[in-house]
Design a protein around this ligand. Structure first.
Ligand code: MG
Length: 368
């Protein structure tokens, strides 16, 4: 049995490729904490998570001071046992975003090592349900983009074979409705439009907005309300024909269970970093399957392509490239569909020289 003998923690800070704004925030930098786990038989696993600009240093410190030391001497194949032990070790700071992001960096590294040992790509090791997954784009739908450019981007996406485009909402409601109408008229009926409210509305406003958006046959209305407002989501879901999508701001399996059991949503957007890694991500995906719901994960397309292909209810991958400056090749797209890598591991072709050049100074920690 192999034992973990060394853990390296470091961080890279990435600048988004395009300006990204939504109803409540702009995405200024992508702090990317990394974990590399080294076993005594020579096996290595690489994992990562991300923030959209705050908290990265807290994640690194939690990893280096509290979590990585607990890995030394453990069998890296006992992924469930490790996840549970680390979760309970940080019990007073969990459930929470910082802890989940730290757990995810470790858990994805352990899965990477497992896949490399077995010689299988992640989408096979984690389930093996699909060869490719439909792709929609968010990169041309940010809130500051004017309507003509929104329409152009959606038309270009359709021409490239993408199955849909997501538009941010959060302008005055009638403005948003006019933007949706312009895009729907341009793309026709055979192209999906998603909208994303980024938790910007109160319940009364979300109910009114949903009614205004309904005529445009949307694939879903994402994060209409603050994620902690379960009751508001129940009321909204009961009042509209639009599918309500949640998940990018939900940090535990049990919170997803509450949403699904109480009819508060019908599209599940679990994010592998924010849920604490691949181990809980798969549980949420299978839970959604039991409720006959699709999984359409938030962001992190380079990792989610494999996970979405691993499960039978994986429906969409969200196109937002984020790792181009750290990899030697990007996610494969064939006929507008995302195709997971066939290489053993997470399927991300890391460019180690580029990563080393972009490390945030003072953030590298070696734990033995
Ligand atoms: Mg969103």
């Amino acid at each position: 049995m192999a034992r973990i003998e060394r853990v390296e923690v470091f961080m890279v800070d990435l600048v988004p490729k395009v300006k990204r704004t939504d109803a409540i925030q702009s995405f200024t930098s992508q702090e990317t904490p990394f974990v590399r786990i080294f076993a005594d038989d020579g096996a290595v696993g690489t994992g990562y998570s991300y923030t959209i600009g705050t908290g990265g240093h807290a994640v690194v410190e939690l990893l280096a001071r509290n979590l990585a030391p607990k890995l030394i001497g453990r069998d890296p194949d006992q992924i469930e046992a490790i996840w549970k032990a680390l979760f309970f070790h940080t019990h007073a700071t969990a459930v929470g975003a910082i802890t989940a992001l730290a757990l995810a960096a470790i858990d994805t590294a352990l899965w990477d090592m497992r896949c490399r040992r077995s010689g299988k790509p992640l989408h096979i090791e984690a389930g093996g349900a699909q060869e490719s997954v439909a792709l929609y784009t968010t990169e041309g739908g940010w809130l500051h983009i004017e309507t003509a450019a929104l329409v152009d981007d959606a038309l270009q996406a359709k021409a490239k074979g993408f199955g849909g485009s997501k538009l941010k909402v959060g302008r005055p409601p009638m403005d948003d409705a006019k933007r949706l109408e312009a895009v729907r008229n341009a793309v026709g009926d055979d192209f999906e439009i998603m909208v994303d409210g980024n938790q910007g509305a109160a319940v009364d406003e979300a109910i009114r907005r949903a009614r205004l958006y309904e005529p445009f046959d949307l694939a879903w209305y994402e994060e209409p309300l603050p994620a902690e407002d379960l009751g508001g989501h129940i009321r909204l879901s009961a009042s509209t024909s639009l599918p309500i999508a949640v998940g990018e701001s939900i940090y535990s399996l049990q919170h997803f269970r509450e949403y699904l059991q109480r009819d508060a949503a019908s599209v599940v957007q679990v994010d592998v970093a924010r849920i604490g890694g691949i181990t809980p991500w798969l549980k949420v995906a299978h839970l959604a399957e039991a409720f006959n719901m699709a999984v359409c994960p938030h962001f992190l397309m380079e990792l989610h392509v494999a996970l979405t292909a691993a499960v039978p209810n994986g429906r969409w991958v969200e196109y937002i490239p984020q790792l181009d400056s750290l990899t030697t090749e990007g996610m494969r797209i064939v006929d507008g569909r995302a195709v997971p890598s066939s290489e053993p591991g997470l399927g991300i072709a890391w460019d180690w020289a580029a990563i080393d050049r972009q490390r945030v100074e003072g953030c590298t920690r070696i734990v033995t």
